[in-house]
Design a protein around this ligand. Sequence first.
Ligand code: ATP
Length: 236
Amino acid sequence: MSLLTVENLCAGYGGLRVLFDVSFGVEEGNITVILGANGAGKSTLLRALSGMIPATGTATLEGRRVVGRGRHRSAARLGIGHVPEGRGTFGSLTVEENLRAGGYHRPRSEVESSLEGWYEFFPRLGERRRQLASGLSGGEQQMLAIARALMGKPRLLLLDEPSLGLSPKLTGTLFTSLRAIKERLDMTILLVEQNAHLSLEIADDALVMSAGRLGPKQSAAELRQDQQIQRAYLGA
Ligand code: ATP
């Protein structure tokens, strides 16, 4: 059974409709990647799922409604961790303060042990725990943004273009960490990416979004072999 089930989701900005009847499922414990050109609506989909923008249709996480819920129920409380495009870390707060903010709805004792766990997983963050987030490198800020979302102990992690602005080497390191997070925590990840090469390597399932509509779900391995995909996204 899918952990996340989305049916006929429509969303946009004011009078601009961006998503048209988007339906798909995300399997528990999988990394699912959504590929698509600039402006296809990938970020809008993640924003609709985490309640940042209004949407119609249905989306359920473990059977609980996440779209159309009451405004008082935050995405974090419903089990969704969202790392937005541009990371969204608080530059004027320290690394540790950013991480604590990610666990705001959890009991203090759990936050303390999670903090230590993430410092062990991302030693660079441990070394820089008292530094301001604004002083971190791009790769470190992305790690911080991901660790902050994971501090909320989500069931589903939404990642918007984590490779943006990172060198190929750093992107490789980051994607290896994502795979490790999936394996160690059995984390379910919905990833939106322009870097099709690397994301199809770490993903289990893949979909292509085009002008606000989603194609069918395929295995990432299958999509890598698709000639149209190779031409459009893999530089073949
Ligand atoms: P990119 O990788 O460039 O971010 P994307 O696939 O994530 O592409 P979206 O950011 O979801 O695409 O944008 C989809 C459409 O919605 C675009 O036409 C964009 O101009 C528009 N759009 C995005 N954000 C807003 C906003 N805050 N207000 C109005 N229109 C927006």
